[in-house]
Design a protein around this ligand. Structure first.
Ligand SMILES: Cc1ncc(COP(=O)(O)O)c(C=O)c1O
Length: 487
């Protein structure tokens, strides 16, 4: 805003009929939607002073615009943009570069898809993966904590590694909840797990070097390392987790989700964890441990994270608050071996200086006051109920078509299709029946040898699960749809 009106950019360099030029620029701004009906223009005196012209010049332009209906004067209130027919006009576009202008992005971006892995959340029975239930988020408490932090402070930049109070709180939290060995100085706060992976890739991945990821796995990780120029190789996952013997010997970085393999859901066995750490030590490689949703555990005791088993300083532990809090907060962190910390800090500074301070401060308080632990306990009970209901129904009503992959944590589970089941066809029918469910193939770089479905329960409430699964069952066997699945 300028003075008491809109601060519109008007250019009057050189000589010429200033009133006509002011008129044209204001008229164009109204016509193309930069100035919207009802907005107040600066008083003639103020605009004249700003443009260094006489007040009469501006008044002449305003008079003409008023006569033509672009502006309306209200006595005692000022001059406003009028209700011009045709509003709102089509959105303005930035200039197009002509073909052959040489404006070409790097070729590798051609292989990176435009979308995340699915659009399941658009369906009324939403078994999509990757999100917690926003309705369970303690919004009032969060508003209060954030409000308390929104107070004047020195208007400078913060430290790249993040808010000191939050780093200390995270270190305590992951020490207690996940037995991660870290102090406040070991924590780098990031904008979600994705930025942690980006920073790690920036400091460790040489263009053309080999990065090993799980197959099936987490597409945003695979694509990110590809975008940084890595040669990304998928390593198969079996009932014990990542097949360590199949990691290419040239890999210098291995990305894995050992607590709750994404998307299969199996935990990595202790034998595999030990083997992976031994492999990394022998090869001088780094293991990135993405512990994205293991706070939600429904039965057995969790295995130790790789980070706390690591004796050779090979593991970078990545955590996120996308599931325990909200994905839109963009809050995560990494814990790196001491040798990598200074360079990760530099990468963070160059990438975005640091994350958003008030949110970090509010999260620090949320953790310190015990509210995160309480929230996780509460939502875990809710998710456990959903998990149990889905497991029971799949085992009872889907046994002819699907075989559950055992898992006891997180916000999704996976079921392999039995021979003869056309998963893509089931998914198509499901969408038509209002059910969003993911195919295992969505998370594979190569078509999976045994396809399946990935069923998320972060977004769907318990009371919609039965009907959603009843509809889903009818998609496997259309002739039974009228009666519903066997009970
Ligand atoms: C394997 C895995 N890692 C990390 C995340 C969270 O990423 P972020 O913290 O960037 O939202 C997800 C979310 O779906 C995930 O599935």
């Amino acid at each position: 805003m300028y003075g008491r009106g809109v601060d519109l950019h008007v250019t009057l360099d050189g000589r010429g009929d200033f009133a006509a030029r002011i008129y044209r620029q204001l008229r164009d701004a109204v016509l193309d939607g930069r100035l919207r009906p009802g907005e107040r223009l600066p008083p003639t005196r103020e605009l004249a002073r700003r443009l260094d012209v006489s007040r009469n010049t501006v008044a002449a332009a305003y008079d003409r615009l008023t006569a033509e209906g672009f502006l309306v004067g209200r006595v005692g209130a000022g001059t406003f943009v009028g209700a011009v027919p045709g509003h709102p006009p089509p959105a303005r576009k930035s200039p197009e570069a002509p073909a052959g202008s040489g404006l070409r992005p790097r070729r590798l971006w051609e292989s990176i898809p435009d979308r995340e892995y699915g659009e399941e959340h658009a369906y009324p029975y939403d078994f999509g993966v990757g999100v917690p239930d926003g309705r369970l988020f303690p919004l009032e408490t969060w508003r209060r904590l954030l409000g308390r932090e929104l107070r004047p402070r020195v208007a400078g930049y913060g430290e790249p590694e993040g808010h000191a109070g939050l780093r200390a709180a995270i270190a305590r939290h992951v020490g207690v909840a996940r037995s991660v060995r870290a102090g406040a100085d070991d924590i780098l706060v990031t904008q979600g797990a994705q930025q942690a992976l980006d920073l790690i890739g920036r400091v460790l991945v040489e263009p053309g070097s080999c990065v090993a990821v799980e197959e099936p796995g987490y597409p945003p990780a695979r694509q990110l390392f590809q975008s940084l120029g890595a040669r990304v190789v998928g390593v198969p996952v079996d009932g014990e987790g990542l097949d360590v013997a199949a990691i290419p010997s040239s890999a210098r970085l291995v990305y894995t989700t050992p607590s709750h393999q994404f998307p299969l859901g199996t935990p990595m066995s202790l034998a595999r964890r030990t083997a992976l750490l031994g492999w990394a030590e022998r090869r001088g490689a780094v293991v990135v441990e993405d512990d994205y949703d293991s706070e939600f555990r429904f039965s057995d005791r969790p295995l130790e994270p790789l980070q706390s088993l690591d004796r050779g300083g090979r593991v970078i532990y990545v955590g996120t608050f996308a599931k325990t809090m909200l994905p839109t907060l963009r809050l995560g962190f990494l814990v790196a071996p001491a040798a990598l910390r200074p360079v990760l800090r530099k990468a963070k500074r160059l990438t975005d200086r640091h994350g958003e301070w008030y949110t970090q401060a509010a999260l620090a308080r949320f953790i310190d006051d015990g509210l995160l632990a309480r929230h996780v306990r509460k939502v875990s009970r809710e998710y456990a109920g959903r998990h149990e209901r889905i497991v029971a129904t799949l085992e009872r009503d889907f046994a002819d078509w699907l075989e559950l992959v055992p898992s006891a944590a997180g916000l999704h589970l996976c079921a392999r299709a039995r021979p003869g089941v056309d998963v893509d066809d089931v998914r198509r029918r499901a969408r038509a029946a209002g059910v969003g469910v993911q195919a295992l193939g969505d998370f594979c770089a190569q078509a999976p040898t045994q396809p399946g479905l990935v069923v998320g329960y972060g977004a769907i409430s318990l009371d919609r699960i039965d009907e959603g699964l009843r509809r889903l069952a009818s998609c496997f066997s259309p002739d039974r749809s009228a009666a519903g699945p066997p009970r």
